[in-house]
Write a new protein. Structure first.
Lengths: 393, 393
């Protein structure tokens, strides 16, 4: 089954808002679908909800097997019974982001149509013509879901990387709707270097003739090689030099026979190359290239200070939300300095902030991996917040 | 004029060795061309020769306008009359590396043929079937040139990045032929992260249908988009986050009209994207994709300690060469720690070593840029060596 079919045949738990949503760019979506998963039970007071925001290539399958890969949920180490985010205690919600490819409205969705049915621009999937979305648009779509679930205030909003950007935007946009906020391995804006790496990935997709101007569903062929190159490039930035050296070093393995797959010396290739090939080729089975374009763009444009008269503190004035910021020492994509800048802005805004830098050699990906100190930090902070919130579960 | 034609129409100063050369991989080239440039005058004692080794995408046009781009030589800030490497005093030589595309034997060269003329594998350019070369092969080709010029001992060998790898290999291979060695912004092996970035670039080239299995000369179309993506990805690694932030930050500019060139929000794109596009698109006019594959591979396989029983010091035992190692604080491609490891090995081998880390926010590219401290360091070291060598110019 090719990748487009795999994504198309999936059924997701979804809520549809028939009145649609107007995006920050001015385009109105006539209909808004938000695909989501929940774990645990909402208490009678509706006060124990934790919203988890996923990263660029994540999705709503936080704590259960992924419907395409069959692998365990992307944050099962953190979310589940007895875990740091204890689903015996909290009601955990995660929605596929607006612009995604796992059931929420995005480039794979059918165009709204204007009712006249006059021609190809009115029907079929949006593809690359899906309107640009922002982190704020993603958060506004999540807010609709939260209201639909009957929740006025979230006990916590948490997420890493792009998920952390959403956390910051949540507090800025809905200051009274969030008791505790946990932006992890993130920043209040995307740096020039990060934009540059994203642009390399986008150009790799554009360069693939199977991209077909973004209308690849017409031929049934997807831009798999371009998307794989994009993923490979991004994946390096998620790790650290130490992690790559520890995992692979300069170890060699036999090269594949296909000369289009590798330029070898003495018939060998490096293990790290094989690993990257695997990362690239598996990714294209579970992700849509146009969603990748849409979501990387949303990250690049995120700049919370610019949205608040150039001072990040303005985004948080008067906030009563309790914050836990977490960074990892070897994360060079969202380095500690960027979390520290957020902490300083929160201090200027008089917020209640804890900031922890976790020693790790695993790079940006550390927030997804087995990092006991990180997990204990999350659990401790949530326990303290639950006490302050008078959360009775 | 398309890029393939541009490269083909150039005439380079070249020496041909009709007896060829046997490569480390076992393949014998029946003929060896080495294209080179010289600056300054060789003295009567033939004792003032400085060999400059170029980096991955460099060439022999060190201190004069580039024949394709018309831009000034890549090291005019360092090499020239009155410069740190003073061409009024020194005779400077630079050769295009074996495997390159500016006149030395490489993938663009005609196959040797086995004399039988039996079919397509016997004639035409090597393309991707050019045998893999190593840094050592490059150095051995340079040695042939140096002998051809009648020089028994070089006053100095110097170079940055891959040029620095060649410097280290020169000393290891020909310990008595080098009075002073200047490996700059380099390492004794290529790290897993660096290999990974190279592999992304190679996969981008392979993914371009115009690559045509490496035989792109047959159609006259070159894999320009894939090579441009490779260049863009590599270029980010040559800079630093600070340099990108200083040069571009998050500044926007109008996006091009062609939707295949950019996914924009509100019609804008980031300046850093436009800069990368420019880096990618200009590169393909002056460089050959198969040379890029060949040379990145040579860098990846470089591991001087592994070639000397696992101890780098073994490469330098008994050396009388004087060393100056230079690194730059913000270079994350060849970080200071890797130069320090070379310095330690040289110390273990009892060598005469100076090691300077230059403060710079310009990243790996600093060795090519206006860094007065760096240039003064080079000049001072060379002056001291000239005195010790009794160099009378």
């Amino acid at each position: 089954m090719d990748r487009a079919d795999t994504l198309a045949t999936l059924a997701h738990q979804t809520v549809t808002f028939a009145d649609g949503m107007t995006l920050e760019c001015g385009v109105s979506l006539r209909r808004l679908d938000v695909a989501y998963r929940t774990y645990g039970t909402l208490n009678a007071a509706r006060s124990n909800a934790v919203l988890v925001c996923h990263a660029l290539t994540g999705d709503q399958y936080v704590a259960e097997p992924h419907p395409i890969t069959g692998k365990e949920g992307w944050w099962e180490m953190v979310v589940g019974p007895g875990r740091s985010v204890d689903t015996d205690r909290f009601f955990v919600i995660c929605a596929n982001v607006l612009g995604g490819c796992m059931g929420s409205t995005g480039p794979r969705s059918q165009r709204d149509g204007d009712g006249t049915g006059d021609g190809p621009t009115d029907t079929g999937p949006w593809g690359t013509e899906f309107p640009p979305v922002t982190i704020r648009d993603m958060v506004r779509a999540q807010k609709r879901l939260i209201e639909h679930l009957g929740i006025a205030r979230l006990f916590a909003v948490m997420g890493g990387s792009m998920g952390g950007m959403q956390v910051l935007e949540w507090v800025a946009l809905y200051p009274d709707a969030v008791f505790a906020a946990l932006p992890i391995a993130t920043a209040s804006y995307h740096s020039a270097q990060n934009i540059a790496f994203h642009e390399v990935g986008r150009q790799a997709i554009f360069a693939d003739p199977d991209w077909q101007g973004g209308q690849y569903w017409r031929s049934g062929k997807v831009p798999a090689r371009g998307l794989a190159v994009a993923r490979m490039c991004a994946h390096i930035t998620y790790l650290s030099e130490q992690a790559l050296t520890r995992k692979f070093g300069r170890r060699l393995q036999n090269a594949p026979k296909d000369p289009s797959e590798a330029i070898t010396l003495f018939g060998d290739m490096f293990e790290v190359e094989s690993y990257l090939h695997h990362q690239g080729s598996t990714f294209v089975h579970r992700f849509d290239a146009n969603s990748y374009l849409t979501i990387t763009r949303a990250m690049d444009y995120f700049d919370l200070a610019a949205d608040h008269k150039g001072d990040l503190a303005n985004a948080f004035r008067g906030t009563r939300t309790r914050f836990l910021l977490v960074s990892f020492t070897s994360d060079w994509l969202f380095p500690t300095a960027e979390s520290r800048a957020v902490a300083r802005a929160l201090n200027r805004a008089g917020a209640n902030v804890s900031f922890v830098e976790i020693p790790s050699d695993k790079g940006h990906d550390a927030f997804l991996l087995d990092e006991p100190d990180f997990h204990r930090t999350l659990a401790g902070f949530l326990a303290g917040c639950a006490e302050h919130a008078g959360l009775d579960v």
